[in-house]
Design a binder for this molecule. Structure first.
Ligand code: PLP
Length: 393
């Protein structure tokens, strides 16, 4: 049985060319970029090449790119660092109720330190309203942090319009673009973005490496204390192989983004149309059009997302509930609740996120396997049986 990986929002398999590019820096090119001899210079040059590549990818200049240990660190540094460095100007931060926990938990930690945080609501599709952002701005607002695209339901935010509001009010604007990168063209000037987070492992790159873009002139305090690496902003000997891998992953997706997106959209639409046609009491979550090309997120009434995942796994299909439920918690997803879904429905979620290796045959297999699994689980559900009795089925 061929296994089918449909959890690319969680992580992606590393592209073989990425590994190939990294290997020399794990073997013979082991120099520390901060040293002076030629072995070290090779490593330093490789890091700087990757920095140029990342800068070009988002329309920034290389000096504005800081390499980090991933999306989580980048988000932490953006929120915590801006808050600490700009607290003299005000102590109010605006974010949204559907951010990744790397943002939400940092915001909560800042609240404990005396900052005040407004969590913007979203509509039923998971979109932030520009008017809500305008209404939330206060004289003491120093930072707005809104994700580019949501990791659970795939909804894309109107970042350019939101960034314009931040710009009009002279407020620092951060966006977590971890899920958007590789699928949506990023441009920090067009979007009015002052800080932007990226993570390599969502882009067919290695785990444990990411980026924080910081616009020139924006004050951000360091999270870490130590050496002078990354222009003194992020101390620690550079993860040279990881950074090279990130640069290569970006190089690989740069040339063929449109073609990849088109292919994914086609597969995703086949999947969505098939699921909605073959299964009843199911709904698609997130925006029908303004969603990431590989994201399909459903709610199946009367069943638990967890049981669905286990049954799919037995068939060799890897998916996700796309929520905190996956970590063994019984709490339904904060994103689905923020979108107005009642608790009982939010438990029945399934996120399938497609990637480069997926084919039409994979989608056909899912459409063959999923309907009987859903039916079997519903047959065990007292709620479903009750409903069937009431409707006389
Ligand atoms: N932000 C978003 C939107 C994400 O989806 C993720 C990963 O799931 C992160 C941040 C964290 O990134 P990393 O896994 O590189 O720490």
């Amino acid at each position: 049985m061929k296994s089918i990986y449909l959890d690319h929002a969680a992580t992606t398999p590393m592209h073989p060319r990425v590994l190939e590019a990294m290997l020399p820096y794990l073997q013979e090119q082991y120099g520390n970029p901060s040293s002076v001899y030629s072995l070290a210079r090779e490593a330093k040059n490789a890091v700087e090449d990757a920095r140029k590549r990342v800068a070009q990818f988002i329309g920034a200049s290389p000096q504005e790119i800081i390499f980090t240990s991933g999306g989580t660190e980048s988000d932490n540094m953006a929120l915590w660092g801006v808050a600490q460095a700009n607290r003299g100007r005000g102590k109010h931060i605006i974010t949204t109720s559907i951010e990744h926990h790397a943002v939400l938990d940092t915001a909560a930690a800042l609240e404990k330190e005396g900052f005040s945080v407004t969590y913007l609501p979203v509509d039923g599709y998971g979109q932030v309203q520009v008017a809500d952002l305008k209404a939330a701005i206060r004289d003491d607002t120093i930072l707005i942090s809104i994700m580019y695209a949501n990791n659970e339901v795939g909804t894309i935010q109107p970042i350019k319009e939101l960034g314009q509001v931040a710009r009009d009010h002279n407020i620092i604007f951060h966006t977590d673009a971890v899920q958007a990168a590789g699928y949506l063209p990023l441009d920090v000037d067009r979007d009015g973005v002052d800080l932007l987070s990226l993570s390599a492992h969502k882009l067919y790159g290695p785990k444990g490496v990411g980026v924080l873009y910081i616009r020139r002139g924006v004050k951000v305090a360091n999270l870490l204390k130590g050496g002078g690496q990354e222009r003194g902003r992020r101390p620690g000997t550079e993860n040279v192989a990881g950074i090279v891998g990130l640069g290569e992953a970006i190089r690989l997706c740069q040339g063929k983004m449109e073609e990849r997106v088109e292919r994914l959209r086609h597969l995703r639409d086949l999947l969505i149309a098939g699921v909605l046609a073959k299964i009843d009491h199911v709904r698609l979550n997130g925006h029908p059009e303004k969603r990431l090309p590989g994201n399909a997120h459903f709610i199946f009434e009367f069943i638990e997302g967890e049981s669905l995942l286990i049954s799919l796994d037995l068939e060799g299909i890897a998916g996700s509930s796309g929520s905190a439920c996956t970590s063994g918690s019984l709490e339904p997803s904060h994103v689905l609740l923020a979108m107005g879904l009642p608790h009982e429905l939010a438990h029945g979620s399934l996120r399938l996120t497609l990637g480069e290796e997926n084919t039409e045959e994979d989608i056909e297999r899912v459409l063959q396997v999923l309907p009987p699994i859903v039916q079997r689980l519903r047959d065990m559900s007292p709620l479903y049986k009750q409903r069937a009795k009431v409707s006389g089925a």
